[in-house]
Design a protein around this ligand. Structure first.
Ligand code: BEZ
Length: 218
């Protein structure tokens, strides 16, 4: 889908697309995204503005879950169109007021170049600020899942963690995940694509609802 931001056309990256590479100034220095992302999953997320209440709660939640993301080989990187000075002051303020250290980098995308590259500017929602976008990018730099939230609704950290585990589980076990799936629950066995797979499916000890819907333990 193409959207126009102040005359410049922005293409929203879709699931299955290669994650666009970029070089940007961040709170840990200048980084090349593909180097930062090398061999790991990455969650790239945007927030509308520094020193705003909902954004503060979200960035704190990401920081509190850093051990979870490390355990799941996942790096975090935040972004807004604020300056590096604003980011540094806000990160320091969060540390002083809330006792939380934001150890992941924040991109200072003052030119809006990265925001345009990733379709994070939704002019109907805001002409000047990025929406709350979340891109889940796998170690091959492929975009695997995208979430968008408006300016006035904070993201669910439980859902962010759930979909990350879902993506990794689907890859590791060649399965799909049913609605509301939670780790530990049964997964969906993909429908058979050969007669042999059909035969195996008939014999297997799956929870079978019909030929197209079968579940198994991991
Ligand atoms: C917030 O994070 O609270 C916020 C940011 C931009 C617009 C509205 C709310």
């Amino acid at each position: 889908m193409e959207v126009s931001i102040s005359g410049a056309v922005s293409v929203l990256p879709r699931i299955g697309d290669k994650a666009p590479d970029f070089e940007a100034l961040t709170t840990i220095g200048t980084i090349k995204f593909s180097e930062y992302a090398k061999n790991s999953w990455v969650i790239l997320f945007s927030h509308p503005a520094d020193f705003t209440p909902v954004c503060t709660t979200e960035l704190v939640e990401f920081a509190k879950e850093i051990d979870f993301f490390n355990k799941h080989n996942t790096k975090l990187i935040g972004l807004s169109v604020d300056s590096i000075h604003s980011h540094i002051a806000w990160v320091q303020n969060i540390k002083e007021k809330l006792g939380v250290t934001l150890s992941y980098p924040l991109v200072a995308d003052i030119s809006m170049n990265v925001a345009r590259l990733y379709g994070m500017l939704h002019p109907g929602e805001s002409q000047t600020a990025t929406v709350r976008a979340v891109f889940f990018i796998d170690p091959h730099m492929t975009i695997r899942l995208v979430l968008y939230y408006p300016l006035n609704v904070g993201r669910s950290m439980e859902e962010i963690k759930r979909v990350l585990i879902s993506l990794q589980t689907a890859d590791n076990y060649s399965c799909a995940l049913p609605a509301n799936w939670q780790p530990g629950q049964k997964v969906i066995v993909p429908p058979p694509k050969t007669l042999q797979e059909l035969e195996e499916r008939v014999k297997a000890n799956y929870e079978k609802v019909d030929f197209y819907l079968a579940k198994r333990e991991l």
